[in-house]
Design a protein around this ligand. Structure first.
Ligand SMILES: Cc1cc2nc3c(=O)[nH]c(=O)nc-3n(C[C@H](O)[C@H](O)[C@H](O)COP(=O)(O)OP(=O)(O)OC[C@H]3O[C@@H](n4cnc5c(N)ncnc54)[C@H](O)[C@@H]3O)c2cc1C
Length: 499
């Protein structure tokens, strides 16, 4: 069979056993002592004998359950057609994080709210439509045969007064968009002593720690050695996130610390530790530029492998001890323990394996997008990078695919219909950008390091970087916040209050 006709036949799904909703109830639990749903919804759930959301009935809208409010899930929910689907989002956070600008919030260039977009603004149906919900919970397991997921509420910080509870949700279509986890490579002490930079609460922790160390180092009674340690900021990982954070820190030191903490200005230092080259995805000319720029800004670049992390110091593979007051860990991502636990075949990198249409082939009505998913080896496709631009475009693609399936009558569970799914997902890289501080950035608009195209470094790139991200910020409200924050920082410096 010719490759094109094989693809076409694969892209068609045949009509088999469509029963309207998610089928007969596969589980019967008593109602939970406290229902997170509205009374009407909870009653509907109760009537069907579910502790949670039961299967949809014939004549009701089909239910798309989305796990995660990151780049992939949020984009999917934004574009999903709510005239034909109810959307139920399960996620431990109720907002999407605009990650490219997260590093700027750690030092106060931007406020935390400027990079967080509430889901209810992205998809208003979750707070308005009677069958659509946002559920503050984590998915813990999936039963693909029964078309149900198990969830547990997230009551972080309230565990003593509010015990987390479990519930089930039946789905017609299930989309995994649950991202990845920071890699620690099993190095002892990383999880206990380092701070990752992936969520807004990480950025808040970094900012509080940085300002605490700055203030304590000014208090009489502290030894010289302890002052140097407290003010030593160490970043591990020389990818775009580690480099951008180091650049932001050095900017903060040059501009704000020198003015407002002048007593300790000669003690504060930034060290960036990387096992190989920094910014290895950029070409050698841009890498060299970044190296020079960071060094000029006072960032010490160290080539080494971290072997052990202790409360106040880390040990490198050559035995060198590096004392630190703030340790930020940014060495890339890998599959989360939740993804590892799922009963699906995995892609070569250990992510949830998908076909060219982002379906999980071993389970009906299940899809995976973003950092948690990867092409199965059988597709012959290369692994896609863990990037927002991949996740966002997969979310957009899958929303259109699901809308198309719904319009052809296949929205409900097990309603596989004879429909051409259209072209498979194809990723075209739009380029990479990274700031290196002091109004300088790298912009590489080539598809790969070998291809032709624009690649530049310096102030113009920094201007392109800022303009590009300002236009990409999800809402006009946050675009406004970001622009105002940048202007305020330019005119008055960064906010250094430790709140
Ligand atoms: C600081 C930083 C800067 C970055 N800069 C860039 C950049 O400039 N350009 C770029 O292209 N990429 C960038 N990235 C990478 C980009 O952010 C990720 O590739 C992107 O977020 C992946 O999107 P996602 O939706 O797959 O996962 P995420 O955005 O990580 O979202 C995952 C979601 O799933 C939820 N979740 C997790 N577990 C569960 C569960 N068990 N049940 C339910 N929900 C769950 C999480 O709470 C979260 O809401 C950056 C990343 C970081 C951390």
């Amino acid at each position: 069979m010719a490759a094109s006709s094989l693809l076409r036949s694969l892209s068609r799904i045949s009509r088999r056993g469509c029963v309207g909703g998610a089928g007969p109830s596969p589980f019967h639990h008593s109602r939970l002592p406290y229902s997170p749903f509205s009374t009407a919804a909870a009653d509907a759930v109760e009537r069907r004998g579910f502790a949670g959301l039961g299967p949809t009935a014939k004549g009701e809208k089909a239910r798309v359950v989305v796990l995660g409010t990151g780049w992939a899930g949020s984009r999917l929910m934004k574009d999903i057609d709510t005239t034909g689907y109810e959307v139920v989002c399960v996620s431990p956070r109720n907002h999407m994080v605009f990650t490219p600008l997260l590093a700027s919030t750690c030092v106060g260039t931007l406020e935390f709210r400027s990079v967080a977009e509430p889901l209810a603004r992205i998809q208003p149906a979750v707070s308005k439509s009677p069958g659509s919900y946002f559920l503050l919970a984590r998915c813990t397991a999936v039963d693909p045969d029964a078309h149900t997921i198990d969830c547990e509420t997230v009551t972080e910080g309230e565990k003593d007064t509010l015990k987390p509870w479990k519930f089930k949700v039946a789905y017609d279509k299930l989309v995994f968009a649950c991202g990845a986890e920071a890699s620690t490579f099993g190095i002892r002490g990383v999880t206990d002593h380092a701070i990752f930079l992936r969520e807004v609460h990480h950025a808040q922790e970094i900012r509080r720690k940085l300002l605490l160390n700055l203030m304590l180092s000014d208090v009489p009674g502290i030894s010289e050695e302890e002052k140097r340690r407290l003010l030593h900021c160490v970043v591990v990982g020389g990818g775009p996130t580690g480099v951008e954070f180091s650049g932001e820190l050095s900017d903060f030191i040059i501009r704000d610390v020198k003015q407002r903490y002048s007593h300790v200005k000669d003690y504060i230092h930034v060290t960036l530790i990387e096992a190989n080259e920094i910014l290895s995805s950029f070409d050698v000319r841009l890498r060299q530029y970044a190296t020079n720029q960071l060094t000029k800004s006072g960032v010490r670049l160290v080539r080494g492998i971290v072997k052990d992390v202790q409360p106040n110091k880390l040990i490198l593979d050559n035995g060198e001890e590096v004392p630190y007051g703030l340790l930020v860990w940014s060495t890339g991502v890998g599959p989360s323990s939740f993804v590892k636990s799922l009963p699906f075949p995995k892609s070569p990198g250990g992510r949830i394996g998908v076909d060219e249409w982002l379906r999980v082939p071993s389970a009906r009505d299940v899809f995976a997008i973003g950092d948690c998913s990867g092409f199965l080896e059988s597709t012959g496709k290369d692994a896609l990078p863990a990037l927002a631009q991949v996740a966002e475009r997969q979310g957009k693609y899958l929303a259109h695919l699901l809308n198309h399936v719904m319009k052809t009558g296949g929205g409900h569970a097990n309603c596989e219909i004879d429909v051409d799914l259209g072209p498979a997902f194809v990723y075209k890289h739009l380029g990479s950008m990274a700031t290196v501080g002091r109004y300088k950035a790298l912009v590489d608009l080539r598809q790969s390091k070998e291809s032709k195209g624009i690649s530049l470094a310096g102030f113009v790139s920094w201007f392109i970087w800022r303009s590009a991200y300002l236009t990409r910020v999800v809402s006009w409200r946050n675009r406004f916040y970001v622009a105002i924050n940048w202007l305020t920082t330019l005119l008055f410096g960064r906010d250094i209050s430790r709140i």
